[in-house]
Write a protein that binds this ligand. Structure first.
Ligand code: MN
Length: 289
């Protein structure tokens, strides 16, 4: 199932080129979560939600092209991200770092460099676009497979990692290049794009053989397959959960393949994966205030 959030915090199921509104059902299933509940309350109740959904195609619907797509996850407890996770991208970053802009830590193995966090407040959906705050600096797109955690887990063994996955989406780990701490440069409002929706795990036959791509203004930039990841999805989940408890709705950006390139206001990024879908993300200028 393809679960999306759209317009005014509505929830929908995408069938073909239409969005069927399940907001009332989501509200009923979620009820009133306890004040101290952690994680995203919708993703935490995904199994109950699936059971409550009958004959979705008969629910009121709108054309996908006419809705404003938000991040499919409203309230993750955190956005975890892997640094470079494809060998060709390591080579690419090493070449670019001769200018001193990226720093030496980028070429380290993930086990050595660790994962990092992006601020939750950076999270947007495709229709919100990415607002560039510092147009005179280099701002790059990084298209990545995003893994959405489905249930609470700590010290998750690799062999059971997939039991903890709710679904998958496309992520854009937007980045302003420079000397500051990575979490600072990658947490600008809008610099964590998630969408176009979450495809539940049962519909992804093999997440370790999933192709995805990004074009910029129609020109191919990134084109990759998760089979080429250095740290696999289970290894990332095991590693992340050895440091943090993972909660329903937490997102893991699994690292960028090669082909990152600068964007500027007015550009159009299109991220696509046959198994997930296609999202158009407009780049614009940040409006102060
Ligand atoms: Mn990245």
């Amino acid at each position: 199932m393809r679960l999306c959030r759209f317009d005014n915090n509505n929830y929908g199921i995408v069938l073909g080129d239409r969005v069927h509104d399940i907001t009332a059902i989501v509200r009923r299933v979620v009820g009133h979560p306890a004040d101290d509940e952690r994680g995203d309350p919708v993703i935490a109740r995904l199994d109950a939600l699936k059971k409550a959904l009958h004959d979705v195609s008969s629910l009121p619907s709108r054309p996908l092209a006419q809705v404003r797509l938000l991040s499919p996850i409203a309230h993750p407890s955190k956005l975890v991200a892997a640094p470079v996770n494809y060998r060709a991208h390591i080579a690419e970053m090493a070449k670019q770092s001769h200018g001193g802009a990226t720093g030496p830590a980028r070429s380290k193995d993930i086990g050595e460099a660790g994962l990092f966090l992006k601020a939750n407040s950076a999270l947007v959906g495709p229709s919100e676009g990415v607002a560039i705050r510092f147009p005179n600096r280099r701002n790059d797109h990084e298209v990545e497979l995003a893994v959405v955690i489905g249930r609470r887990g700590s010290d998750i063994p690799m062999e059971r990692a997939y039991d903890y996955v709710a679904g998958y989406a496309l992520g854009l780990d937007m980045t302003v290049r420079g000397p500051e701490d990575r979490s600072f440069r990658k947490s600008i409002d809008g610099y964590a794009v998630l969408g176009p929706w979450m495809v539940t795990a049962d519909e992804i036959a093999n997440p370790e053989s999933l192709s995805f791509s990004l074009t910029l203004n129609g020109e191919p930039r990134q084109n990759a397959n998760t089979a080429d990841m250095i740290y696999s999805i289970p290894r990332l989940i095991a590693f992340a959960s050895s440091f943090y408890t993972l909660w329903p709705g937490d997102v893991i950006y699994t690292g960028s393949p090669e082909g990152v390139s600068p964007v500027k206001p007015g550009d159009l990024m299109v991220a696509e994966s046959p198994a997930i879908g296609r999202m158009e993300v407009r780049v614009r200028q940040h409006q102060p205030g």
